[in-house]
Ligand binder design. Structure first.
Ligand SMILES: [Zn+2]
Length: 418
């Protein structure tokens, strides 16, 4: 640390460092430059006589590590349109949507975002815009474009590859362009003409992606709504499974304990994207129901969304029981459909509903998520030497995850966000 690095001390009623240690009451975090220099009781971190330090008193509140969202689509507006409509937007409009979305997430305490797929160079442009200081946003890890089969989910992003050779070429192309990780669509999804319950690639094809990516030092993530795609992703050595929806080809979710056991043995991370299955609709219709009667069509939609969410939560609980508690990470899938940015807290609420304790839920959104994206050494907990990414929340998140919906201040790399 250079002598000229700016020094800041943030005081809080509670400091929750994300390691599982008990909260520090009347605590403080000392920041030097972009990094955390010390964490402890306020009295122990007070400035030395004559030391020039900016002191920020946030004493009614709690300091936690900045939140991490492992799954977004920054170029999509999350305004309820289908993919076919959103894909009519120009790349330029997608970049503008991305600028808006980055700010919404950052203000909600999300200091690191892993983007899982944009069209053309939209994801890379956003990352470079942040690095150049043109745009304020969280740290951004971008895959660039997701790899998909001919006619597959997100084919309009323009990284179509069939067969192991083409997939290897796609991985090399993406890494050359600057991909931080590799995303591959292992099953169909919400894109018209694809079938969510069916796999898109063979084990051999998925293995080509994971092997090439790992050779080039990149982690991999697979979109897996089909049960069979989950099995193949594990066999192929992919690092993180998105959605994990256990869908059969007939479109029905049926949990399979053998697959959960396979995932646990392989040590794969899981981002179940719990809010991505109609949760905003559920919240909207429940709020409306509190004021007026729902129409029969609305009541029916609400009932169907709630039933589906219950199945997801039941599967989530069973995956926890299968030994995946420390492998679950928060991913919002923001941008798609009605999933507006700024609401990683929906995932957090659902993780807690699904059976994680408040502390485990916080870890899923911080320490475990940092490990899952390969940044456990620099992010995810409040510890000396780590990046000074902090969220300041109203309440004690080790007792009530609702505190994570009440973000009152954010620091990224030691800088307070306006
Ligand atoms: Zn997605």
């Amino acid at each position: 640390m250079s002598a000229s690095a700016s020094k800041t001390i943030v005081y809080a009623r509670l400091v929750v460092d994300g390691t599982g240690r008990p909260p520090i009451e009347n605590g403080a975090v000392r920041i030097e430059g972009t990094k955390i220099a010390a964490v402890g009781p306020a009295a122990a971190l007070a400035p030395a006589p004559g030391e020039v330090v900016t002191e920020i008193d946030l004493r009614p509140h709690t300091v936690i590590p900045g939140l991490i969202d492992v799954h977004t689509h920054l170029g999509l507006a999350g305004d309820g349109r289908g993919y076919e409509d959103m894909a009519l937007d120009s790349d330029e409009m997608m970049v503008l949507a991305g600028v808006m979305n980055l700010q919404k997430h950052l203000r909600a305490g999300v200091t690191t975002v892993r983007d899982n797929g944009e069209r053309n160079r939209v994801g890379f442009a956003l990352r470079e815009g942040i690095e150049r200081g043109y745009v304020v946003g969280p740290r951004l890890l971008a895959c660039g474009r997701p790899i998909t089969c001919t006619g597959g989910h997100f084919h309009w992003c323009n990284e179509v590859a069939d067969g192991a050779d083409e997939i290897r070429r796609s991985v090399r192309r993406l890494v050359h362009e600057g991909a931080d990780h590799i995303k591959i669509m292992a099953s169909g999804g919400g894109t018209r003409g694809t079938v969510p319950g069916r796999p898109s690639y063979s084990v051999e094809e998925l293995h080509a992606a994971s092997h090439e990516a790992h050779t080039l030092g990149r982690l991999t993530v697979a979109h897996c709504r089909a049960k069979e795609s989950m099995v193949r992703a594990v066999h192929a050595g992919l690092d993180l499974i998105e959605h994990a929806e256990f869908l059969d080809p007939d479109g029905v979710m049926r949990y399979d304990p053998k697959i959960a056991e396979m995932m646990q043995e392989a040590g794969v991370y899981v981002s179940p994207t719990l809010q991505a299955f109609g949760y905003p609709t559920i919240l909207r219709l429940r709020r409306k129901r509190d004021r007026v009667d729902l129409t029969p069509a609305e009541a029916d939609l609400l009932a169907r969304c709630e039933a589906r969410l219950e199945t997801h939560l039941d599967h989530f609980r069973r995956m926890l029981d299968a030994g995946l508690r420390e492998r679950m990470v928060t991913g919002s899938d923001s941008g798609c459909g009605e999933l507006a940015f700024g609401h990683l807290d929906y995932d957090i609420q659902l993780f807690a509903q699904g059976g994680l304790t408040p502390t485990e839920t916080l870890h899923a959104a911080t320490r475990v998520a940092a490990e899952a994206i390969g940044l456990g050494d620099t992010l995810g907990t409040l510890a000396p030497g780590k990046e000074a990414d902090l969220a300041i929340v109203d309440g004690d998140p080790t007792r009530d995850v609702g505190a994570l919906s009440r973000v009152v201040a954010v620091f990224k790399a030691g800088q307070r966000v306006d």
